[in-house]
Design a protein around this ligand. Structure first.
Ligand code: MG
Length: 383
């Protein structure tokens, strides 16, 4: 029997790589639904190749060809996530639009392969509780969490999670270099090919900060037992230390195909898209360095927000995302992302046990405040 799978965000970086995996494992999977943002041309190509039963788009539904059922907007995502005939949904959209459909899928008892960080950063407590109540598995696609998922046998015996970070393009640069960095330099990630927002977050290590919060929720681990280590080669994708001192790490070549495939085929494993065999001698050396918290202050901010919990992480996430967008538009400098986020974050009074509606309210409010602050500082700069 083929596994029935739907993909939210099929034209993005994770979505397209997931379809490459599925094409290779076409005897194992059947595509039920696909959703895309603006890239309808690519979606149309995917329709020809994978013949989904339905698709959903966030704009230009009239341009979709070759699929009988075309859904639209957030209702479209809700409908995809309400189809109980689906075995697993890969949530690969970027940003907060992933949260509501993920909750709907969980309520409908559909297992989740999760590539959307915001879902856990914004509402980790609610999402994990609901998954538990509904007997739904949430398998992480993020390479670090996927690594930890592969290492853990019994979470009660684990002392620490050790999350690796490549260090991004500014690992060996000074703070001054970072302050004058261009968008192009920030987007030149040495190891991973990803979407623009996450690549900028990887340059400031905010991405690692979000991953600390993600790990806390996925594995129910207190923040003081989650460590970050910089590992420039991106071969060790993360590790866990058991109470007896044994450390188990997951290694592999840096390709997102591996964690995507793991998440959608779990608990099975197949050869799939594996491009070459792993060779220790070819890799030759693995380096590990303590992260520089001064150069990458987002790490401390993320620990701080995570420990407070509630809407503190919503504020951190929303402010950062808006600031990253402004950076990508050339409105602010790379380091301003931190300064702006920190300002907005520290003026927020967190709600500790928020409802989903409160989470979205805070998110909206924080984004407006951030945009406003950016506009004001932008005007100052232009004068
Ligand atoms: Mg990651």
């Amino acid at each position: 029997m083929k596994k029935r799978i739907s993909i939210l965000g099929s034209t993005g970086s994770i979505g397209t790589q997931a379809l490459e995996v599925i094409e290779k494992l076409s005897d194992k999977f059947e595509i039920v639904g696909l959703s895309a943002g603006g890239n309808v041309d690519l979606l149309n190509e995917q329709i020809v190749k994978f013949k989904p039963e339905y698709v959903s788009v966030s704009k230009n539904p009239e341009k979709v060809v070759g699929c009988k059922k075309v859904l639209f907007g957030s209702e479209g995502l809700e409908e995809i996530c309400s189809d109980k005939s689906v075995d697993i949904i890969l949530v690969a959209v970027s940003g907060k639009i992933g949260l509501k459909p993920t909750l709907t899928a969980i309520k409908n008892g559909i297992n989740i392969a999760l590539a959307n960080k915001e879902t856990l950063v914004m509402a980790g407590d609610i999402v994990m509780d609901l998954a538990k109540q509904n007997g739904v598995s949430i398998i992480p696609v993020d390479s670090e969490h996927c690594a930890i998922h592969q290492c853990i046998k019994d979470i009660s015996q684990v002392d620490r999670l050790i999350i690796t970070a490549s260090g991004g393009p500014f690992l060996n640069k000074t703070i001054e270099d970072m302050k004058s960095a261009t968008v192009e330099q920030a987007l030149a990630h040495p190891r991973w090919n990803m979407g623009r927002k996450i690549t900028v977050d990887s340059a400031t290590l905010m991405n690692k900060g979000l991953e600390i919060i993600e790990a806390h929720h996925l594995f129910n681990m207190p923040y003081d037992r989650i460590k970050v280590v910089v590992h420039p080669q991106s071969i060790v994708h993360s590790a866990i230390e058991y109470v007896d001192g044994s450390v188990i790490a997951q290694l592999g070549l840096p390709s997102m195909h591996i964690p995507i495939q793991y998440a959608i085929t779990y608990p099975d494993r197949f050869e799939g898209i594996k491009s070459k065999s792993f060779s220790f001698s070819e890799i030759a050396r693995l380096d590990f360095i303590e992260p520089d918290f001064k150069k990458f202050p987002f790490l401390n901010l993320a620990y701080d927000a995570g420990k407070i919990g509630g809407t503190a992480t919503v504020a951190l996430n929303g402010a950062d995302e808006e600031a990253v967008f402004a950076f990508l538009e050339g409105k602010i400098k790379l380091y301003d992302i931190y300064d702006i986020t920190e300002k907005i974050y520290s003026s927020h009074s967190p709600v500790l046990k928020p409802t989903i509606d409160e989470i979205f309210e805070v998110d909206k409010d924080i984004r407006e405040q951030t945009k406003d602050l950016i506009k004001r500082s932008y005007l100052c700069l232009s004068i």
